[in-house]
Design a protein around this ligand. Structure first.
Ligand code: ZN
Length: 338
């Protein structure tokens, strides 16, 4: 399939960080607006290369990239713009529904409260939806290495009726167990939000079990290291319970140093796991969902039927009502049949 054909396929994305997907031009303009002087360069091409170098091997620079994107997302207007542009960019990539996430506590460096940051993102998504027709839900992240995730969950629940659909734990996995955030996760679930947790990315299967057992996670962000347990009890449980795995191949190649053919994507799909395909951080990894589909086709032999399957899996795993799922399923069926 050509990139044009892949781009035209209706796609659904579950795992996409708002602060990992800014346009380069927007980073530069917002830095100017906010008098943020810490960018390594304000030359468009040089900055693009800087971010991409970060995505190609050095975890340190990958994380430094977020320092700058978050640094320019400290006003409501900036967050709203970034959120709107994300929807425009996803629309151009053939995405018909996306759940986009960020950690509002990181956007409180100036004078915003968590709720202000969330509301600004929701306003950008609403405008994006109006202009493009792309459906968007917001997932609020709590950070594993911070003690106050219950406050993140409470802020998310307060805006649950306004477009917040889920809660997530992000940030460093190793040494920061999900169990330490069981209160935040319970607040989110009690408040009617969906729950996904980054696990099994940098750390192994026990971290996935921790997310499922300590917090009752409904989906797992990444989860690829479940294959460390291939044939074991945790892997069997994740497979048999059809726990959706938000797989983000390009991000893994960059931060974990996996070779394309060695990524577990193909093995996960063919051994019966509930696989979805996602970008994680479009800017840092210089990747689109179309690119991820092309990666799956080229390196793991995914055909149209497999791409239809991972898209149907994503629809089923969305934190939306059944009627929205039915309507998305019909669009996906039609899009992959032709
Ligand atoms: Zn992520």
């Amino acid at each position: 399939m050509t990139p044009e054909l892949l781009r035209a396929l209706p796609k659904v994305e579950l795992h996409n960080h708002l602060d990992g997907g800014l346009r380069i031009a927007t980073v530069i303009e917002l830095a100017d607006d906010l008098a943020y002087g810490a960018l390594p360069t304000t030359d468009h091409e040089a900055l693009a290369a800087w971010f991409y170098r970060g995505g190609s091997g050095s975890l340190e620079q990958y994380l430094a990239g977020f320092e700058h994107t978050i640094g320019v997302m400290q006003t409501a207007a900036a967050i709203e713009r970034v959120a709107y542009e994300a929807v425009e960019d996803l629309h151009a990539d053939g995405v018909i529904y996306a759940e986009i996430r960020f950690a509002p506590v990181l956007n409180t460096q100036r004078n915003l409260r968590r709720e202000d940051a969330i509301e600004a993102a929701l306003a950008g998504f609403a405008k994006g939806r109006e202009v493009t027709g792309v459906g968007v839900g917001l997932i609020v992240d709590g950070m594993r290495d911070r003690p106050d995730t219950a406050a993140d969950a409470r802020a998310a629940v307060r805006l649950a009726g306004d477009g917040v659909v889920g809660f997530d734990l992000a940030g460093p996995e190793r040494g920061y167990p999900a169990a330490a955030h069981s209160e935040a996760c319970a607040i989110a679930l009690d408040g009617g939000l969906g729950l996904t947790i980054h696990a099994g990315e940098a750390d192994g299967p026990l971290s996935i079990a921790d997310a499922l057992d300590s917090c009752a996670a409904q989906r797992i962000g990444h989860g690829i290291r479940i294959m460390d347990d291939a044939g074991g009890a945790i892997a069997a449980r994740v497979r048999d319970e059809r726990v959706p795995l938000e797989v983000c191949p390009t991000s893994n190649l960059h931060t974990l140093g996996i070779a394309p053919a060695d990524h577990p994507l193909g093995r996960l799909l063919r051994t019966g796991f509930n696989v979805t395909l996602n970008t994680d951080n479009r800017l840092m990894s210089s990747v689109s969902l179309t690119d991820e589909f092309a990666f799956a086709a080229e390196h793991h032999g995914f055909g149209r039927k497999d791409l239809a399957q991972v898209t149907a899996n994503a629809v089923d795993a969305l934190f939306v009502d059944d009627e929205t799922k039915r309507s998305l399923r019909a669009r996906v069926n039609a899009g992959y049949a032709s």
